[in-house]
Design a protein around this ligand. Structure first.
Ligand code: ADP
Length: 804
C-alpha cells in the first residue's frame, strides 16, 4: 500500500510530537524485518492476532505505539528478550480492514524512545516508554558528511532497482542532518542490525558517519553485483551473438554453395569435370550428381546414388599401365619364378611375341589346364610381372549366377557390380592380367548361365563394350589380358573352350619336385619365416621323404606347406634361443611333421591272387588304384563296392563275361559262376570312381583270383576292354604315367593305340619306366600274371590283409 491511498487532508503535517508524549505506558508493536525511524511514514501489514488487537485498541484510544524491531524476523510470538529495547514511537493514522481478516495500518514515526519497564505481555506487550534525546552536531564535517550521504544515495539510486528518483528527491530536499541520516537508512535496503545501530546512535555526527559507511558498503555491493550481472549478461549476449553469427554464416555458406552437402557435391562435380572419363561416363555422372543435389543426404536413395557415383568415378576407364613387350624380359621373369615347364614357358613366350607383332592383346585367351599346385597361378603372376601389368584373380568355382559375373541391376537392394568389374577396380588399371580360376567349375542353373556372360567377357569381338548390369555403361575390357585356369578340360563349356588356347601343365615327378623345393620353395619359406640361409638346411633325403612320405599330390602345394611347417618349427626354436643352425634330415623330420603318412605300398598290397594295380586320372592329377577281387560260395552273383560309377560297373560285367566265354583257354573251371559269388572292391571307397580305363585291371584281377596266379607287383596298367577282349585306348596317359613313376612302378601296360601319347610325357619321366603296349587281353594276362606256383596260394587270413 502506498502513500497515494491517503487523501490530502489525511496527510499529517509534521509537528514536534515529542512534546506531546514524554513518558507514558504505550503498547509495543514488534516489527519483523525492518527498523522504523522518526518522521517517516509507512503502511504496515498486521496479521498476528495480538497485534491486530493492539492496533484496534490504540487506534480506538488514539494512543501512540512504540515500534521496535524483532531480533529475529522468524520469531512468531516475541517475548521481551526477542525485541530491541530502542524503537520509534509512532502514531496510527489510519487502519484498513482487509478481506482476509488482516489489517493494513498507516503509521507515522514521531521520535526515538526506549522501553523502560514492561507492564503487560498478554495479549500484547505494553510498557513504560521514555523518549530519548539526540545530540545535535553542526559544522563543516557534518555538512560534508551530509553531502557525501546525498552523493552516495544518488549512486545507490542509479544502481539499486528498488530506489527511484522520487526517493532521491526526498533526500536532496532534506536539510536536517539527523533526518538525512535517518531517511537514507530508512530507504535503503541494508541489514536490520545496521539500521538498528543507526536508530540507537543518538549522536548525530556519529550517526552520519555510520550511515555514510553503511551506504557506501551498499553502493559497493551494488556495484559489484552490477559488475557480475554485466559480466553474466555479456556472457549471455556473447553466446547469443555467436549463435546468431553462426546461423548467418550458415546461410551465407548455403548461398555461396559452400555448406557440407554442397562441398561433397562440388567435389563430385570437380571430379567429374577434371577426371579423365569417357564422354558417356561424364554425362551419366553429371546427371547423377544433379540428382544427388536434389536428394536429402540422409535418405537411403542418396546412399545408393552416392555408391553408384563412387563406382563409376573410381573405375579405371582410361587408366592403363604401359606394357613391356620385351620378350627377353618375359623369359627372364618366367625362368626366375619357375623350374622346368619348358614347353609351357615356350608357349607363353610365343603367345606374347604374336601379341607384340600384332600390337594388340586380342586373340585367343590362354587357359592353363593342370592339377592343383603345379604353378598355374604363379605363371600368371609372372606374365603380369614381365609385362608390367597389374594382376588380379577371381575364382569361378561354384559361380552359378550370371549376376556374379555381370552384377545386379541397381534396383536390387545392396546391388553391386559383378566380379569382373570388381576385379578391374581392384586392379586400378584397365589392362591388368586377369586370372579366371576354375573355369571348369562354372555351373549353369535357374539363376542364369554364367558361362554365356563369361563368353562375352572373353570374346574380343564383344568385350570392348562389356555391359555390367549395375554400371549400365559399357566398359572396355579389350585391353585386359584374361588367363583362365582349369583342372580338367572336359567340363569346360565347349563354347568357352573354343575361344581359349589350352596350355596343359602336367604333374611333377619326384625329381622335379625336389628341384622346385630346393630352388624355390625352401628359399621362399625360409625368408617368409625370418630365417637366414645358413640357419636351416634340408638334406635331399629329407626333401624326398617329405615328397613321398608326407604328401601325395600332383603339384607342390602341400609340399610347400610341409616346408613351411618345418620352417615354423625351426623359427620357434631359434626364437627361443636354441642353437644357431639346423639341418633337417630324415631323422629329425618326424619332430616337425609327425609320423609319415604315405608308404610305398604296392608290393605289400599285392600279396595274394586277385589284386591288380591300375592307373586312374583325377582332377588333381593321376594316381594308382588297386582292384581287389575275392570269391565265396554262391550262385554267380557279382558284387561291386567302392563307389563305382556305371561305366566302371559295366567294365566289371564285361570282364566277367569275357572270362566266362574264355574260361577254358584261361585255365579256369568253366562252371565257376555256378559255384561262387564274386566280389570286386576298389579301395578308397569314399572317393567316387568311374571311367572305362579300369577294364584291363579288373580283368587281370579276376583272372588272377580264379587262376590263383599272382599279379606282378612292380606293374600298373590301364585300358578299356571289349567283350571280345580287345584293349582300347584311354585318356590322361601323361598324368597316369607320372603317377605310376611317383609310386615306384617299374612297368606300365598301355593300350597300343596310346603309344603316340607318350610324346606328351616329359622325357625324363619316360626314362623312369618301361612300357608294354598291348592290343588284346591275352597279351596283358601273359605279361602281368606270374606263372602258377604252389606258394602263390592265398595266405591264411588274407581277408584281414585286405581289410587293412
Ligand atoms: P596352381 O595355381 O596351379 O594351383 P600355384 O601357382 O598356386 O598352383 O602354385 C603353388 C605353389 O607352388 C606356388 O608357391 C608356386 O610358386 C609353386 N610352384 C609351382 N610350380 C612351380 C615351378 N615349376 N617352379 C617353382 N615354383 C613352383
Amino acid at each position: 500500500m502506498a502513500n497515494e491511498d491517503f487523501t490530502k487532508d489525511e496527510q499529517i503535517v509534521m509537528e514536534d510530537p515529542g512534546k506531546l508524549y514524554n513518558q507514558e505506558i504505550l503498547p509495543i508493536m514488534p516489527l519483523r524485518n525492518s527498523v522504523f525511524f522518526p518522521r517517516q511514514m509507512m503502511p504496515l501489514s498486521v496479521g498476528r492476532k495480538s497485534t491486530i488487537q493492539l492496533v484496534d485498541e490504540a487506534f480506538r484510544d488514539d494512543l501512540p505505539i512504540l515500534i521496535v524491531a524483532q531480533k529475529d524476523a522468524n520469531t512468531e510470538k516475541p517475548t521481551p528478550d526477542d525485541i530491541h529495547k530502542q524503537g520509534t514511537v509512532a502514531r496510527i493514522l489510519k487502519v484498513y480492514n482487509l478481506p482476509d481478516g488482516s489489517k493494513s495500518v498507516f503509521v507515522q514515526g514521531l521520535y526515538r524512545a526506549q522501553i523502560f519497564n514492561l507492564v503487560q505481555q498478554e495479549p500484547y506487550l505494553k510498557g513504560f516508554v521514555q523518549r530519548v534525546e539526540e545530540t545535535k552536531s553542526e559544522g563543516i564535517e557534518v555538512e560534508a558528511l551530509v553531502a557525501t550521504i546525498k552523493n552516495g544515495f544518488r549512486k545507490a539510486v542509479e544502481l539499486a532497482p528498488d530506489l527511484t528518483p522520487e526517493h532521491l528527491g526526498l533526500i536532496l530536499n532534506t536539510e536536517d542532518p539527523s533526518q538525512v541520516a535517518d531517511m537514507a537508512m530508512w530507504l535503503i535496503n541494508v541489514p536490520v542490525n545496521e539500521k538498528q545501530e543507526i536508530l540507537e546512535e543518538l549522536n548525530v555526527g556519529e550517526r552520519l558517519k555510520k550511515a555514510n559507511l553503511f551506504l557506501s558498503k551498499l553502493v559497493q555491493r551494488l556495484e559489484l553485483g552490477n559488475k557480475i550481472q554485466t559480466e553474466v549478461q555479456d556472457e549471455i549476449n556473447k553466446s547469443q551473438k555467436d549463435y546468431f553469427l553462426r546461423e548467418q554464416m550458415k546461410a551465407i555458406k548455403h548461398e555461396l554453395g559452400e555448406d557440407e552437402e554442397n562441398i561433397e557435391i562440388n567435389e563430385l562435380k570437380k571430379r567429374v569435370e577434371e577426371g579423365s572419363y569417357p564422354e558417356e561416363v561424364k554425362r551419366t555422372a553429371a546427371k547423377e550428381v544433379d540428382r544427388l543435389q536434389r536428394m536429402h543426404p540422409s535418405s537411403a536413395e542418396y546412399t545408393v546414388a552416392r555408391t553408384y557415383l563412387d563406382w563409376i568415378l573410381d573405375l579405371p576407364w582410361n587408366e592403363s599401365t604401359t606394357d613391356n613387350l620385351d620378350i627377353k624380359d618375359a623369359e627372364k621373369s618366367l625362368e626366375r619364378d619357375h623350374y622346368g615347364l619348358d614347353k609351357v614357358k615356350k608357349r607363353i613366350l610365343e603367345y606374347l611375341a604374336v601379341r607384340k607383332l600384332k600390337n594388340d592383346m586380342r586373340g585367343p585367351i590362354l587357359c592353363f589346364v593342370g592339377p592343383p599346385g603345379v604353378g598355374k597361378t604363379s605363371l600368371g603372376k609372372s606374365i603380369a610381372n614381365a609385362l608390367g601389368r597389374k594382376f588380379v584373380r577371381m575364382s569361378l568355382g561354384g559361380v552359378h549366377d550370371e549376376a556374379e559375373i555381370r552384377g545386379h541391376r541397381r534396383t536390387y537392394i545392396g546391388a553391386l557390380p559383378g566380379r569382373i568389374i570388381q576385379g578391374i577396380k581392384k586392379a586400378g588399371s584397365n589392362n591388368p592380367v586377369f586370372m579366371l580360376d576354375e573355369v571348369d567349375k562354372v555351373g549353369t542353373d535357374f539363376r542364369g548361365d554364367p558361362a554365356s556372360a563369361l563368353l562375352e567377357v572373353l570374346d574380343p569381338e564383344q568385350n570392348f563394350s562389356f555391359s555390367d548390369h549395375y554400371l549400365e555403361i559399357p566398359f572396355d575390357l579389350s585391353k585386359t589380358m584374361f588367363i583362365a585356369t582349369a583342372n580338367m578340360m572336359e567340363p569346360i563349356p565347349p563354347a568357352l573352350r573354343d575361344r581359349m588356347e589350352i596350355i596343359e601343365i602336367p604333374s611333377y615327378i619326384e625329381d622335379e619336385k625336389l628341384h622346385i623345393a630346393r630352388k624355390f620353395l625352401v628359399p621362399k619359406q625360409q625368408a617368409e619365416h625370418g630365417l637366414k640361409e645358413k640357419q636351416i638346411k634340408f638334406t635331399d633325403e629329407a626333401l624326398r621323404l617329405m615328397i613321398s612320405g608326407y604328401t601325395r599330390e600332383a603339384g607342390v602345394r602341400n609340399l610347400e606347406r610341409k616346408i613351411a611347417d618345418v620352417c615354423r618349427g625351426v623359427a620357434m626354436e631359434v626364437a627361443a634361443g636354441a642353437k644357431k643352425s639346423f639341418t633337417i634330415d630324415n631323422d629329425v623330420i618326424v619332430n616337425y611333421l609327425g609320423h609319415q603318412k604315405f608308404f610305398p605300398e604296392i608290393s605289400e598290397r599285392i600279396n595274394r591272387p586277385g589284386i591288380a594295380t591300375g592307373l586312374a586320372w583325377t582332377p588333381v592329377g593321376g594316381d594308382i588304384l588297386f582292384i581287389e577281387a575275392t570269391k565265396m560260395k554262391g550262385k554267380g552273383n557279382l558284387i561291386l563296392t567302392g563307389q563305382l560309377g556305371d561305366v566302371m560297373k559295366e567294365s566289371a560285367q564285361a570282364a566277367l563275361s569275357f572270362i566266362g566265354a574264355n574260361a577254358e583257354a584261361l585255365g579256369i573251371e568253366p562252371d565257376f559262376r555256378e559255384k561262387y559269388d564274386i566280389h570286386v572292391h576298389v579301395p578308397a571307397g569314399a572317393v567316387p570312381k568311374d571311367g572305362p580305363s579300369a577294364g584291363v585291371t579288373m580283368l587281370t584281377a579276376l583272372v588272377s583270383l580264379l587262376t590263383g596266379r599272382m599279379v606282378r607287383n612292380d606293374l600298373a596298367m590301364t585300358g578299356e576292354i571289349t567283350l571280345r577282349g580287345a584293349v582300347l585306348p584311354i585318356g590322361g596317359v601323361k598324368e597316369k604315367v607320372i603317377a605310376a613313376v611317383r609310386s615306384g612302378i617299374k612297368t606300365v601296360i598301355l593300350p597300343k593305340r596310346n603309344e603316340y601319347d607318350l610324346e606328351e610325357v616329359p622325357a625324363n619321366v619316360r626314362d623312369e619306366v618301361k612300357f608294354k603296349f598291348v592290343s588284346e587281353m591275352p597279351e596283358v594276362l601273359a605279361f602281368a600274371l606270374r606263372p602258377p606256383k604252389k606258394e602263390d596260394k592265398p595266405p591264411a587270413r588274407a581277408e584281414a590283409a585286405i581289410a587293412n
